[in-house]
Design a binder for this molecule. Structure first.
Ligand code: ADP
Ligand code: MG
Length: 1046
């Protein structure tokens, strides 16, 4: 009997993370994050940090939990409210609200699902699984399930009831499914297959479902799964925050009904810890040609589409197509999302201002999900009927298989993809695949039947026997950790930290990869690990470490340890990195005891603190003292990016991709912004031809995932691991345009209608000079003819009148010879598209660019723009594609060694962090240009004065004691070509003057006539620079016409 109950995603709740991680917490405090989230009852308000005065956006959910502050740590590590009035929601509160409901529904025979959505670090894993004594919903629910079962079993009325619980755990990474309870399947190329059963929906082929008889069993299984995940993630150098983890608990109750008939009630509880939501948006933003290449986000973006479609469907938007089939995650969770399941979603938020975008998008996602309705039914049937159905299905499958093997026409297969057009025409391969699918189905059905028939106790015993050995080994290990020195792992993801342990027993412990012979004692797979990598020696509990060869990379406390250094003694809490990403903390029980006895404070090592130390040792300033918020954020970015850059370099070496990556710090000024913070980008260098390319953070991260995919294929021995150049994440075509540098031109002189003629330094992203660019702006008449020699006294005088000018970029000088061609691009005022000069070859390219702009009439905003904003001219280059012949037969490794010979990385990094252009540099540039403007105004004044003097002189010579008003006016207004009434000689003078018109001195230069003219014309004020930038208002008419590019 199926009972139909209408249900919806009845509970959406948020959990506000707080950060326990000490160094993290310090950092958050130090950078003084502003909280932008507020919770009152079930309403959550989020404010835009740019508009804190505004009321903010409101969202309501069934539950809202605050956990950012208001708590204290008990001696046993449990976090609880720090006062009666605190609104801190501890794990017990969350379980009581949510877990209890899940449990009750599972007992009733409903399928239940629990999702955790949110950006990395927001508290998904904390809510789902928890840390240490702060157990999350999953373990408490499991614990309570067995409490319930034990209670029922004690009840004499229920002695005929049988309870069966089994658990499976899988991970979806890069659209591939891995069974976390069966690490052997990790080597299956492309992961496990997802198949579809006609009535039960999608499932994973070969997935292990382990029977469990107690909470401890489940706990052990989940631990085992997490450990397998950690090892695999480290070996593959995968990013765990990009994986989705699904723990499924199958719970069934077999009991006779009143009529004595055996009934089976079953429930699947899906517990889903989703991948960090942040990247779905950010990678989409990159303009990289390979951005579509990576499938890494497919599951998450499809989840978004599915939720949107389901929400539309439930709000009556007609027939909506729900794209369940577009990703592995949504296939496997089809029921949980839109079918037979009671579903809860947890949206985890970070309350800090810098996460505003991510947090708002999480809230919107949750808001949409709220509208979805699912239809959960009680899954209860007579046991006999279930067995009969399975038998019938099997019979059908067998008949079909027989038909297929006999070469007959393939009947409608059972597991064929829904909606596919299959009119009996299959390729041989497809038929084979269908056969395999049916066989698999058959096997599964048989297993299921056996499970139903076989007593559960039998299966449990079988399982227990298999686990016996593992269990004892696990117990032994826990005991040994207390007395034997060992390494424990650090992972970027706190939930994978401390999961892997390697002991250092008396004698020698060899660390190496799978190729070591005899096999290494500690086998590490992955980036930069040598067959014989390092030797750890335990001599009567004093432990020494040394690299096994000059090629073996080992860092101790952030510093490289070389073979020349000899053996290094290890102490408790030392940080050790093998290769590029195997990061461990050394635990020495006796040394710890000694340190504690000596009163030394033993700090807890975190992934962040270990990475910080490495960054510090490569020259980056990681000091916290006296750092601004932006500097702290930069440090955080460096810690996130540096390991990725190191890994990319290690992959390039191993795959011999002939390129090298370097951290580059890019100031907001270099990105064309007036203010903001310095960002971390990555410079990619082609070692064969010396080409440099700048990749922004998103592009690099996206590329790195593609590199990982390639590396994984390589490691798996795929002969086709390498791809064509245009799909290769390590490759960038030589003719890619690269930014050589930029020039900021202040436009105030234009606001005074004074021509500008400058020769400005082209500065690159870190403020280094890269040649000079000549720029001219000449006010002109509509037809392009030069204006009479005058200027306005106040820029405001221009408002309402037409204005025309020509922008000229004659040439650049002194570009680096690595650019074979270059051009200049710019956007003036409200231009949407940039204007580009022609591409010109050589280190001194003559662009000969000229374009006329006309604004009619001039608006207030336009004047403000001229007064305050710089025009940014970007110089772009194309590099040579010719490879350096001397390097033709060199490997990446050899070339890197050559590069390294010429530079000191520490020094470089230190300089990079110091040298980024600052606001001061920008201010200096602006002032220099202002000085040059003033100089020009003065020259014009002087000229007028001189003219009047001439006029006076001529009048005197002619014996006249009066001057004509028109003549003086003509001079003052700059209309020199007007006919002079009183004198004749002055006209000649003017002509002469025009001919030797002073040419403006190139910048920077401070000499020249700068005397004040006393006429009281205000020099351009610096004040204006601080007013708001011009806004793009409707009605702000401006036209640019008559473009002439020579
Ligand atoms: N409700 C909470 N109370 C206290 N600490 C929390 C809470 N939620 C998260 N944290 C801490 O924040 C950090 C990141 O949380 P985690 O659950 O690992 O994030 P995610 O799984 O979303 O990436 C962890 O150190 C965790 O202990
Ligand atoms: Mg997590």
């Amino acid at each position: 009997m199926y009972l139909l109950v209408d249900d919806m995603w009845d509970r959406i709740f948020e959990n506000l993370k707080t950060n326990l991680n000490h160094s993290h917490n310090d950092r958050e405090k130090a950078r003084n994050a502003t909280l932008i989230i507020n919770m009152v009852g079930n309403t959550t308000t989020i404010k835009d940090p740019a508009n804190l005065a505004e009321e903010g956006r409101k969202f309501t959910f069934d539950f809202s939990y605050w956990s950012h502050d208001g708590f204290r740590e008990r001696d046993d590590g449990y976090l609880e409210k720090n006062s009666a009035g605190s609104n801190y929601a501890d794990q017990t509160i969350v379980f009581e609200d949510l877990g209890r409901g899940v449990l009750a529904n599972a007992w009733k025979g409903y399928n239940c699902s629990l999702f955790a959505y949110g950006q990395t670090g927001s508290g998904k894993s904390y809510s789902m699984v928890g840390y240490g004594n702060n157990k999350g919903i999953v373990p408490i629910t499991c614990e309570q399930l067995f409490v319930g079962i034990d209670e029922k079993k004690r009840n004499p009325d229920a002695k005929d009831v049988e309870f069966q619980v089994s658990v499976s755990m899988l991970e979806i990474y890069n659209e591939q499914v891995r069974d976390l309870l069966n690490p052997k399947t990790a080597s299956i190329k492309g992961g496990l297959k997802v198949r579809q059963h006609p009535s039960k929906g999608f499932y994973v082929e070969q997935l292990v479902t382990a029977p469990v008889s107690s909470y401890d069993d489940i706990d052990r299984k989940i631990n085992e799964g997490t450990r397998n995940r950690t090892v695999a993630a480290t070996n593959m150098n995968a990013t765990s925050s990009r994986a989705h983890t699904i723990v499924a608990i199958n719970f069934s109750q077999k009991a006779p009904n009143e009529a004595g008939q055996s009934m089976t009630k079953s429930s699947v509880i899906n517990l889903v810890d989703l991948a960090g939501s942040e990247r779905a948006e950010s990678t989409g933003a990159t303009g990289d040609r390979l951005k579509e290449g990576s499938a890494i986000n497919q599951s998450l973006s499809t989840l978004g589409n599915v939720i949107k479609a389901l929400a539309d469907a439930s709000s009556g938007k007609g027939k909506v197509m729900v794209p369940f089939r577009d990703s592995v995650l949504t296939k496997l969770l089809k029921n949980a999302l839109g079918g037979n399941s009671k579903t809860i979603m947890i949206a985890a938020l970070s309350p800090a201002d810098i996460n505003f975008d991510e947090t708002l998008s999480t809230l919107r996602f949750a808001d949409r999900a709220k509208a979805i309705k699912t239809k959960a039914i009680v899954n209860e049937s007579p046991t006999d009927k279930l067995i009969r159905e399975l038998k019938e299905e099997n019979q059908k499958l067998m008949d079909m298989l027989k038909a297929a093997q006999g070469g007959g026409v393939m009947p409608q297969p059972m597991a064929v993809e829904e909606g596919e057009d299959n009119k009996g025409k299959f390729t041989e391969e497809e038929v084979e695949e269908m056969k395999r699918s049916m066989e698999e189905q058959l096997k599964r059905n048989q297993e299921e039947m056996e499970t139903m028939k076989m007593t559960w106790e039998q299966r449990l015993q079988e399982e227990a026997a298999q686990n016996q050995e593992k269990l004892q080994a696990e117990r032994r290990k826990q005991e040994e950790r207390k007395v034997i020195p060992h390494f424990w792992n650090l992972n970027e993801d706190p939930s994978l930290t401390g999961m892997v342990v390697h002991f250092v027993r008396e004698g020698n412990t060899r660390v190496g990869n799978k190729k070591a012979s005899p096999p290494a004692d500690v086998v590490l797979i992955g980036l930069s690990i040598q067959a014989e990598h390092a030797l750890v020696r335990n001599d009567n509990n004093v432990v020494y470490l040394k690299p096994a060869s000059a090629d073996a990379k080992v860092l101790v406390n952030g510093k490289p340890l070389t073979t020349e250094d000899g053996e290094e003694e290890l102490h408790h809490n030392d940080r050790v990195m093998f290769g590029s990403n195997h990061l461990y903390v050394f635990h020495h029980p006796q040394d710890l005891a000694k340190q504690e006895k000596a009163g030394k404070k033993v700090e807890r090592v975190t992934y962040e603190s270990a990475q910080e130390e490495i960054a510090q040792n490569t020259g980056f300033d990681m000091d916290k003292e006296g750092k601004s918020k932006n500097e702290m954020l930069l440090q955080e970015d460096l810690i996130a990016m540096m390991p990725m850059v190191n890994e990319a370099n290690a992959m390039s070496e191993e795959l011999d991709k002939k390129c090298r990556f370097e951290i580059a710090l890019v100031s907001p000024q270099a990105r064309g912004l007036k203010e903001g913070r310095t960002e971390v980008s990555v410079k990619m260098k082609n070692l064969e031809n010396g080409n440099d390319f700048m990749w922004d953070r998103n592009k690099f991260i996206n590329r790195k995932y593609l590199m990982q995919e390639m590396y994984q294929n390589y490691v798996e021995g795929d002969p086709n691991w390498d791809v064509e150049k245009d799909k290769d994440p390590f490759w960038e075509p030589s003719d890619s345009e690269v930014l050589v540098g930029s020039v900021h031109v202040y436009l105030q002189s234009l606001a005074y209608l004074i021509e500008l003629d400058e020769n400005l330094a082209i500065t690159d992203y870190r403020g280094a000079e890269n040649g000079h660019l000549a720029v001219m702006i000449e006010p002109c008449a509509q037809d392009g003819s030069l204006l009479e020699d005058d200027f306005v006294e106040e820029p405001e005088d221009l408002i309402g009148k037409p204005m025309h000018f020509q922008l000229k970029v004659p040439h650049a000088r002194g570009l680096s010879n690595k650019y074979v061609q270059s051009c200049v691009k710019y956007k003036f005022y409200l231009d949407e598209k940039s204007t580009s000069t022609n591409w010109i070859a050589g280190i001194n390219p003559d662009f000969k660019h000229s374009k006329q702009f006309s604004y009619s009439p001039v608006t207030k905003q336009f004047v403000e723009y001229l007064n305050t904003q710089p025009l940014i001219l970007e110089v772009w280059g194309k590099q040579t594609s010719a490879a350096d012949k001397q390097r033709a037969n060199m490997s990446t490794k050899q070339m890197v060694a050559m590069e390294k010979g010429g530079l000191n990385l520490n020094e470089q990094n230190r300089m990079a962090q110091k040298r980024v252009t600052t606001q001061d540099d920008e201010e200096k540039q602006k002032l220099t240009q202002e000085v040059s403007l003033m100089k020009k105004m003065n020259e014009k004044m002087d000229k007028k004065l001189m003219m009047i003097q001439k006029l006076v002189d001529e009048a005197k010579t002619a014996g006249s004691s009066t001057l004509q008003v028109e003549d003086v006016d003509a001079i003052l207004s700059g209309n020199f070509s007007r006919k002079f009434k009183g004198t004749s000689g002055i006209v000649k003078e003017i002509k002469k003057y025009e001919k030797k018109k002073p040419t403006p001195a190139p910048l920077p230069s401070t000499n020249g006539p700068a005397a004040s003219n006393g006429r009281g014309s205000a020099p351009p004020s610096n004040q204006a620079a601080k007013s708001a930038p011009p806004s793009n208002q409707a009605g702000d008419v401006n036209k640019s016409t008559a473009c002439t590019v020579q």
